[in-house]
Design a protein around this ligand. Sequence first.
Ligand code: ATP
Ligand code: MG
Length: 560
Amino acid sequence: MEEKEKSDFIRDIINDDLKTNKYQGRVHTRFPPEPNGYLHIGHAKSICLNSGIARDYNGKFNLRFDDTNPSKEEQEYVDSIVEDVRWLGGDFEDRLYFASDYFGTMYELAVQLITKGKAFVCDLNAEEMRLTRGTLTEPGKESPYRNRSVAENLDLFSRMKNGEFPNGAKTLRAKIDMASPNINLRDPVMYRIVHEHHHRQKDAWCIYPTYDWAHGIEDSLERITHSICTLEFENHRPLYDWYLEELGVYRPQQIEFARLNLSYTVLSKRKLLRLVNEGHVSGWDDPRMPTIAGFRRRGYTAASIKNFCDIIGVAKRDSTIDVTLLEYSIREDLNKHSQRAMAVLNPLRVVITNYPEGATEECTAVNNPEDENAGTRQVPFARELFIDQDDFREVPPPKYFRLSPGMEVRLKYAYIIKCESVVKDAQGNVTEVRCTYDPESKSGMAGAGRKVKATIHWVSAAHAKDVEVRLYDRLFVKENPDEAEEGKDFLSNLNPDSLQVVKHCKVEAMLGNAAAGEGYQFERTGYFSVDPKDSRPGVPVFNRVVTLKDTWAKIEQRHR
Ligand code: ATP
Ligand code: MG
């Protein structure tokens, strides 16, 4: 199938730039994460957008760490981000950069601005600066240090760099316009004094550039053509342009798009960090986390995440995407590619009383009805089986067509059975269902075409393997988790039942040897994937990737 050519407002801008030859036909994008957490699905949108544009225009794509803030950055995050970007197919080739590698150049450029009379060292502290910044309706006040001489500024700035002053004692500020209607242009801070260890630069620096000062320089040095960022930077664009223009260096085009918001999900690293640090999840890669690492561990495929990003597209206006759309994308992909298997999550023993004791026969099961080439496999049938407790009711409610006393069902790929009696324990719970089978009802036999109202899955008790299965549900019960009661925060909307561990599921023997990361559709139950962290050879733990259908929507409707 031929892929439809994508079209959106960003590609329109690029097409125009190509027509006017603005960048000599070049297209060069980047993804600039700050290594202060793991990447989430919002970042995936940015990665797919930036690397997708580079791919479609035969351009280039850089991965650049925006590591300009020493306090929260760590190597662990750098490593995870590189892995995640690669996994999503973001092809940065050998262009992996660190903003901190440009600190020397940024310093020299700052000296240039001071020399031009366009930057000054200011002694106001953060609070004083806030008080003199003005408001949306009132202009700010000029700093009393604004008219220091170039020589004094150069001297003070070099002493700031040399560590002569404590944190917060001085800043370097651009000299623009305290009366600008755009607050970002009211003499913004370019450098702060921060005596802290940097994950790459170690203790080489004690002044650190602000995002606005650093980002345009990074883009310019890397000859980025289109610097794509989220909407909150729209008001920063005039400053981005001002710095590069004053420096007289190459200027990329900043373009803003709406960030991804997902229902029932938080997508802020600060909040995700709290979930991890306060133990609400097992880590950044907990399969319930909306992180790329969490999704990968849970069994989401890169293809389905990319497809989701394509479906939602890019827009200029903020909106919230329904998380069921993401789940739909996962299901679509897994349905096409997953090997089918039979697995019984809540086993109930069935004994076929007219089937010979000790006998076994093979039944032919289809590996993937969506894929002719996937073939078939043999599953063993015997006198004792397990079916799911859900598929039996001693007293069936109206319209219940599965197994109940006197009723018949078909066992998938095998025979029709009829429930003759039940065995109960002292508490009256059904512990065993006794059935007879119709020996002529299997595929290829005279009664194969006989119709019954339900088909259920099963496994042979003697052949089945015992495995642990983890069922995940949404991490939050509220569509907008930030909507909390007075005095409470998003954590009050956590779903207490987001993880259900089922210890003794009975599964087809082949699943006992399933390897980490392998995915299956458990027939009638959902998509499952072998947890790469907690599984051992021969002892797989299965994560439920996603249910077969959107059961959540149904449950919600019932509650209304
Ligand atoms: P968060 O708000 O989650 O803490 P951030 O914006 O601080 O994220 P960065 O590491 O600075 O995280 O982001 C790297 C890139 O990813 C930026 O270009 C940013 O615009 C983009 N990005 C971050 N969150 C989203 C999102 N929800 N949707 C789309 N793009 C995003
Ligand atoms: Mg950021």
